[in-house]
Design a protein around this ligand. Structure first.
Ligand SMILES: [Zn+2]
Ligand SMILES: [Zn+2]
Length: 391
């Protein structure tokens, strides 16, 4: 037998054996670090925190991630941000879902194995995954890099039908297998724990700020200072705009200024907004529940836009008056996350401008408590599950 073939065969067997051991042990960095490729490895046993009903607590679910395909990377998840969308999804606010469901779409970790056709990542790469794990790849939206608007519906990181017909399970877990085209590279200067929230909250606010041309000389209002809002303020400020924060929480004024806001408007019933009438070139509305848009739209200059990125219960739609937009030719718009290329651009922008989320790390088991705090508006400003923290 040709000694070369013999050697590569032996090497392959060795690799497979080590990878199996690694997956059972939960992914040892040193074991995996020496393995260059691993097509055919898996499926990988793992576990996560799943919702079992619309109202009950999240509980541990043991399950498997698919075996590596040629273009797949296997990622040991170290951190996952807690997004309000996760809560809305499990509570059924956005429609019926199938339980048990693991949510989480702000995950960051390290590549521990790659398929034979993977070209963008290697074992040891610091990576993240946001809200999508696949899309049709051929519609006009996908062709221009806007997979978030895929005409055939992209595959969301959780709660979507995957290519094998199963429902995708998200990042409140320790391990995931994702096609490399939907994996982001985390710049070296960004802490992995702080990378996750950029992949949903970050790009969800970055994309509309870019789309509506936020730049020096523009006056921008950010409505809502939560997980999305606190990043939006930093983005708009670093893009050169003059930023005002609109918040219902007086105790967030100091924070708003620290993130870059020049002005803060406390949004309470009866508060007079007339000083801000026709003041803004753009309003980014991050509030994740129904509220009175007639309070905000008149604050726009003529022809300016208010864009919503927060979404509340679908059964309680937002309404605005018949005259509100007519009087000043203003526009009410929405925006949904960003494409993969744009998400990578956003990460580079964060690295260059030193933008980062303010996070509180929690153990996996602390997620139910964290959800209660998010609902009570007590998050400052993003809870991040640390999969290696005990508790
Ligand atoms: Zn999210
Ligand atoms: Zn598409």
């Amino acid at each position: 037998m040709d000694p070369l073939i013999d050697n590569s065969k032996r090497e392959f067997l060795l690799r497979s054996a080590v990878l199996c051991a690694g997956s059972v042990l939960g992914g040892s960095r040193t074991l995996f670090a020496q393995q260059p490729a691993a097509q055919g490895s898996g499926p990988y046993p793992t576990e996560g925190m799943a919702g079992y009903s619309a109202t009950g607590p999240l509980k541990v679910l043991k399950f498997q991630r698919r075996a590596l395909g040629p273009k797949d990377v296997a990622i040991r998840i170290d951190y996952c941000g807690v997004c309000h969308s996760d809560i809305h999804t499990i509570h059924g606010d956005w429609g019926k879902i199938q339980y048990p469901q693991i949510v989480g779409h702000e995950l960051a970790g390290e590549v521990v194995a790659i398929g034979t056709g993977v070209s963008k990542f290697d074992v040891g790469s610091r990576v993240g995954v946001g809200t999508m794990v696949d899309s049709c790849r051929h519609c006009p939206e996908c062709a221009r890099g806007a997979e978030n608007y895929c005409e055939n519906g992209n595959t969301q990181t959780y709660g979507s039908k995957d290519r094998d017909g199963s429902i995708t399970q998200g990042g409140y877990s320790k391990f995931i297998v994702v096609d490399e085209d939907f994996v982001l590279s985390i710049p070296a200067s960004i802490d992995l724990a702080e990378a996750g929230p950029l992949l949903c909250a970050g790009v969800t606010t970055y994309s509309p700020l870019r789309h509506w041309g936020v730049a020096p000389g523009k006056k921008v209002a950010i409505a809502g200072l939560g997980g999305l809002g606190h990043l939006a303020v930093q983005f708009a400020t670093k893009m050169g705009a003059d930023v005002t924060v609109v918040t219902t929480s007086p105790d967030k004024v100091e924070d708003a200024r620290r993130f870059g806001a020049k002005d803060v408007l406390i949004n309470k019933d009866g508060v007079d907004f007339s000083k801000y009438k026709r003041a803004f070139d753009f309003i980014l509305d991050t509030i994740p529940y129904q509220h009175d848009l007639d309070r905000f739209i008149p604050l726009l200059k003529r022809d300016a836009t208010l864009c919503r990125v927060g979404v509340g219960k679908l059964t309680t739609p937002n309404q605005y008056g018949q005259m509100t937009t007519v009087l000043t030719r203003t526009a009410l718009a929405g925006s949904n996350t960003g494409g993969i290329r744009e998400t990578q651009d956003m990460l580079e922008f964060c690295a260059a401008q030193k933008i980062k989320p303010q996070i509180t790390k929690i153990p996996m088991g602390g997620v139910n408590d964290a959800w209660s705090k998010v609902i009570a508006k007590q998050a400052r400003y993003r809870f991040v599950m640390d999969m290696n923290m005990n508790g």
